[in-house]
Design a protein around this ligand. Structure first.
Ligand code: ADP
Length: 804
């Protein structure tokens, strides 16, 4: 019974009871018996939705009650704020909660006053690198979804971070929460932790396969779900759940598909089903929600989502804006939205149980694999585990789809009867070790090759490997790489990070990204004269007087004329053409001014580092971007690979496509147009923008440190990405509440700077802001105007030229 729990801060057992948690679930009780609330380390491998969070909370709260400090490591940024919000209910019992996201290069000093801190593993890793003082005060660390150490990209960071935290504090309590993986015992051995392994669920889960006119469940039962001629299985299953077994028993469905596009098209189809079950009251609530969704952004994705939501269905994927995701999840929990079509990201952690889960696609395109690849059992089980809402449903149903009896049998074998895979460390991969070995040396965890190997011996990799030589070999290769690139130096046995090596580690860059950036900027310094000439369309033999003057200026001077870029023929409806008339042939209105390096050159440079996820080249893209590659050749920082170097050339083009997206963004092309042109969601634009901002910030630091003359160009390229504007709007867009679109409107109305905002005619400002008084007042205030009030101002008093 929760009332009998000891060692927690005063009031917590009662609070739990008030939440309706009177008794611990069996795995929770087992964890407490294993010493969870006495500081014992623990691995809890239990199914989704079986109360892992409470296990973590009990550990953290009892640790804090003993005067300690707890850290909760989440796998996704989106989960950090959700967990923080959840833990904040303990604030009335004197527990301070903080979340650490954002800027990598900081020591998060303010967090030292918090009792519970939530952060991603990348953030924790960077806090360790930046020597956050409170790190050694930690008494309890929770690793959520610890089975993700198996993830090629992100696993090694979690693994190394846990090893470092344990090394910093030998008495640290580690609580690792895991899905039910095959080898949880290996994980608990690695962490010297007790193991609680269980298949228990708070609500029964019936797993089955739909084929023909019925679902066959693993327990032998069947449920008839007929599918008419020419109909599809998924809508039939969604409708059947909504029919329920009687009155007031409507069940919602989660449909998992393998791509964003599929999620969107499935949602469109499911909306026609859910619409039939929406009541009159719900219809108006849904209409309101749809309007809210449209307000978040005016993109096609937003519009599509709103259209589906108005009928009671939605899609959910990583390309959605965060506000959209929250709105959809909340409305689904409130049973207003009756069906969500999602990519598997939703299964990883977000708490959205539903009556029925339909796993429509169990294969997914995998670029490394070169085709459609079956999902891992673990992943499918996690999706299926979202079925069943405790207190609402008698049981949850998770259904796979088969076209014939053979396929049905195969799915039973492959997923329903199968155990989840084992977790395997991915640390020995070179990119992972590159980053982590430099960080380990730079933050003083080891100073010799032996010391490094000793440190690595505390990782899961060492626990698992049967080839102990391998780690030594990769370590030597990586140390060579770091030395050659000037990030570490050897003095006899001792390894030290160089000043640049320290910077790279603190900036949280992959050393390979740093090397690429440094090479590119140095190359630019060596080639600037020649390239500036080429950009001006001049041959090196015939420099004009003007040009050579600007060459001698040593860097920061900008040539006066603009060179028009004829872009990809996108037409003048994008963004704002230079002449603002919107119907000319001036392509995307992307201008190439003659700063050197150019923005495109810099965007391309950061886009080709391993820290940027590049856009894929679709069919036809190769041609388009090859052409663009030759056209913009003088702007690239480094040698363009030849078309015969297949892989290198392809990578170059992917980076170019990504860089072009950024160039469109800073050329003020509409978001909607960008999503269409590159086949991405608004969330992806955000992602690319944030990553490039970070990488350009890092480039700026490296250029400063190495005394390269491109600092100014880099800073400007970064600021333009940050605001998504052309150069002339940088000042305006920096005012809080303005943003790229409003900045353009104000500019066109003749209000061109922050200073202009303080002086300008109010009706002019109001008209440029489409009569939004509150917005106008906030903006004027943010610009430092003494009398921002818009009372009694009439936008109609504005002169005609104020309305762009
Ligand atoms: P997991 O993290 O394992 O996926 P959660 O921690 O989100 O699962 O738990 C699922 C739900 O169960 C939550 O809404 C939580 O409040 C509830 N819950 C957890 N423990 C108990 C308990 N002992 N009694 C009743 N409800 C509980």
């Amino acid at each position: 019974r929760t009332a009998d729990l000891t060692g927690l801060p005063t009031g917590i057992p009662e609070a739990l009871r008030d939440e309706g948690i009177e008794e611990l679930y069996p795995p929770q009780a087992e964890a407490v018996e294993a010493g969870l609330t006495d500081g014992e380390s623990l691995v809890a491998a239990v199914p989704t939705a079986s109360g892992k969070t409470l296990i973590a909370e009990l550990a953290m709260l009892s640790s804090v009650a003993r005067g300690g400090k707890a850290l909760y490591i989440v796998p996704l940024r989106a989960l950090a704020s959700e967990k923080k919000a959840e833990f904040e209910r303990w604030e009335e019992y004197g527990i301070d909660v903080g979340v650490s996201t954002g800027n990598y290069e900081s020591d998060g000093e303010w967090l030292s006053s918090r009792d519970i801190i939530v952060a991603t593993s990348e953030k924790v890793d960077s806090l360790v690198r930046n020597n956050a003082a409170w790190m050694d005060q930690l008494t309890c660390v929770v690793a959520d979804e610890v089975h993700l150490v198996d993830d090629r990209h992100r696993g090694p960071t979690l693994e190394v971070t846990l090893a470092k935290l344990r090394r910093l504090n030998t008495n640290l309590q580690v609580v690792a929460l895991s899905a039910t993986v095959g080898n949880a015992g290996v994980v608990s051995d690695w962490l010297d932790a007790e193991l609680v392994k269980s298949d228990w669920r708070p609500i029964d889960l019936k797993m089955g396969v739909h084929y023909g006119n019925a679902v066959s469940f693993a327990d032998g039962s069947q449920r008839e779900v007929p599918v008419g001629r020419g109909e599809r299985q998924t809508p039939a299953l969604v409708a059947d759940a909504l029919e329920g077994d009687g009155e007031g028993d409507q069940g919602s469905s989660l449909v998992f598909v393998n791509s964003r596009r599929n999620a969107e098209s499935a949602a469109r189809r499911m909306a026609d089903v859910t619409e039939r079950y929406v009541t009159g009251d719900e219809r108006s609530d849904l209409a309101e929600l749809a309007a809210e969704i449209r307000d978040v952004s005016d993109t096609e994705t937003s519009d599509d989502l709103a259209n589906a939501v108005a009928k009671g269905a939605a899609f959910h994927h990583a390309g959605l804006a965060a506000e959209h995701r929250t709105l959809v999840e909340d409305a689904f929990r409130d049973r207003l939205i009756k069906c969500i079509c999602a990519t598997p990201t939703l299964a990883a952690g977000v708490n959205t149980p539903s009556r029925r889960v339909v796993v429509r696609d169990w294969q997914r395109y995998d670029g490394d694999y070169g085709g459609m690849k079956p999902l891992d059992v673990l992943e499918v089980h996690q999706m299926m585990g979202r079925a069943g809402r405790p207190g609402l449903d008698p049981y949850g149903e998770a259904v796979l789809l088969a076209k014939d009896a053979d396929a049905r049998d195969e799915l039973f074998e492959r997923y329903i009867w199968a155990d989840a895979e084992d977790v395997r460390s991915k640390l020995a991969a070179e990119p992972a070790l590159r980053t982590h070995l430099l960080a380990t040396v730079a933050s003083g965890f080891a100073h010799t090759r032996e010391g490094l190997l000793e440190f690595l011996d505390q990782t899961l990799y060492a626990t698992q490997t049967d080839d102990p030589e391998r780690l030594g070999q990769v370590t030597d290769r990586v140390l060579d790489y770091l030395e050659v690139n000037g990030f570490v130096e050897f003095e006899g046995e001792t390894i030290q990070a160089t000043p640049v090596g320290h910077t790279v580690s603190r900036l949280y860059l992959d050393p390979m990204s740093a090397a690429e950036i440094i090479d590119g900027l140095e190359w630019a310094a060596d080639h600037r004269t020649e390239k500036l000439r080429a950009l001006a369309g001049e041959t090196p033999e015939k420099p004009t007087r003007d040009r050579s003057e600007s060459d001698e200026s040593g860097g920061f001077q900008r040539a006066s004329e603009m060179v028009a870029d004829d872009g990809d023929g996108g037409g003048g409806e994008d963004g704002v053409g230079a002449n603002g008339d919107g119907d000319s042939d001036d392509a995307d209105g992307v201008e190439t001014d003659r700063t050197y390096p150019t923005p495109l050159g810099l965007y391309h440079l950061v886009c080709r580092t391993p820290d940027m996820y590049q856009l894929y080249l679709k069919s036809g893209d190769r041609e388009t971007y090859t052409e663009l590659c030759y056209e913009r050749e003088p702007e690239f920082l480094g040698r363009v690979p030849s078309e015969y170097e297949d892989v290198a050339f392809e990578d170059w083009l992917s980076a170019l496509k990504t860089a072009k997206l950024l160039e469109d963004w800073v050329g003020e092309v509409d978001e909607d147009r960008i999503t269409e042109r590159y086949g991405v969601g608004p969330g992806d634009i955000r992602g690319k923008v944030e990553t490039s901002e970070w990488l350009l910030g890092a480039a700026e630091r490296l250029a400063t440190e190495l005394d390269l003359d491109s600092v100014y160009a880099v800073r400007e390229a970064k600021k333009r990405v940050e605001y998504g504007v052309r150069e002339e709007l940088l000042d305006l867009a920096g005012v809080r509440g303005v943003g790229r679109k409003r900045a353009r409107r104000l500019f066109e109305a003749g209000v061109e700077t922050r200073a202009d905002l303080r002086e300008a005619d109010k009706p002019r400002v109001l008209a440029a802001l489409r009569g939004r008084r509150k917005t106008a007042e906030n903006i004027l205030e943010a610009a430092g105007r003494k009398d921002p009030s818009m009372d009694a101002v009439d936008e109609d008093d504005a002169p005609d030229d104020a309305v762009p």
